[in-house]
Design a protein around this ligand. Sequence first.
Ligand code: LLP
Length: 419
Amino acid sequence: MHHFKYRENALFCEDVSIQDISAKIGTPFYLYSYATLKRHFQVFDAAFEDVSKLICYSAKANSNLAVLKIFADLGCGLDIVSGGELYRGLMAGFSPDRIVYSGVGKRADEIDYALETDILMFNVESPVELELINRRAASLRKRAPVAIRVNPDVDPKTHPYISTGLKKNKFGIDTDAAIESYRMAGSLEHVDVVGIDCHIGSQITETKPFEAALKSLKNLIIELKQMGTDIKYLDMGGGLGITYADEKPPPLSEYAATMTQQLKGMDLKLILEPGRVLVGNAGILVAKVLYRKSGETKNFVIVDAGMNDLLRPTLYNAFHAIEPVVNSNANQIVADVVGPICESSDFLAVDRNIFNVKSGDLLAIMSAGAYGYVMSSNYCSRLRVAEVMVKDDRFHVIKTRENYEDLVRGESLPPFLEV
Ligand code: LLP
């Protein structure tokens, strides 16, 4: 359910014409719908109303301050993977006792920052990290609340680049070794064991892998209890997929039931770290057709957004639907929709059935709210695009388009090159 709909032939975001936004701020830009973001959180939250839970939005999916603030205001927590995400989260108003911190490569300064702000829990991914957290907590005279991120060796049946819960992945600690890590954590003076955690992957479209992971963690929790270690928080990570093309992810009720049924009788607080499912279909990327060009075997639609703006098609061969902002019901053609970058990997769509566009037409690249802007770069010295949020009949620029000064900010010439 989202708020990008045609009125007559023009695509609107809530009550604002996307063509009007383009006329005022130019292209390309990311566009998010406030109502969709809010609704997605509320529906997710309601699906878990029967259990004691904390939903920690995964900041990495879209970390614009305005997006974060919406979730913070709705009482959501935050899942972070860097000091930068902690900074953003605090700035957006998330209460530190609702912030969980995952990631295989936490630096000492990032650990200090999280300890100083008293976050809810570190999801620890290796024994050496555990030792470092203990040492940093000692020097700051703090106690570090930790969960062990367990790698349950479950196949999430998703793209290999975004599967994280298999033995061959770098994430977490193998189930067999987890007990040993808990033993170690129990012996450390400045660490409090409070939870257990896993995150098996992203864009998962079946419930089975979640169920398998939960079963495996449940067994560990029972074993830990026998050892005298009580677990307060069970963090099942994020990973629920969305529909980009014809994927059929389970309805939220089914996903929630999978988790909650197994949790019956266990005195635990469930933590979830949804990212994509909250923001993915709440955002689009708007681009303009620059040129049409036909090779001997291909039609190309060259647009003003490229792989530096939306990397997903290039990196994962991901599919994003492309719709006309003004639907003129023109004939269809088959074309590659490509950007201006000097690489053949710079495409938004390959061999796509697309309406017969011409220079100047606006295109909406759909489902771009998650892992869109956050994965953009300045490659080819291209300026990062603007981000816009619509609420009702008004739009607000929530990140200005970069300019050439932004591009060279922080760069300087060493003395031997100065004139
Ligand atoms: N928790 C942890 C520890 C994670 O690593 C992730 C995502 C999430 C939660 C949120 O997962 P979600 O609910 O969004 O699936 N760039 C890729 C996705 C990478 C996901 C990385 N981790 C993409 O564009 O598909």
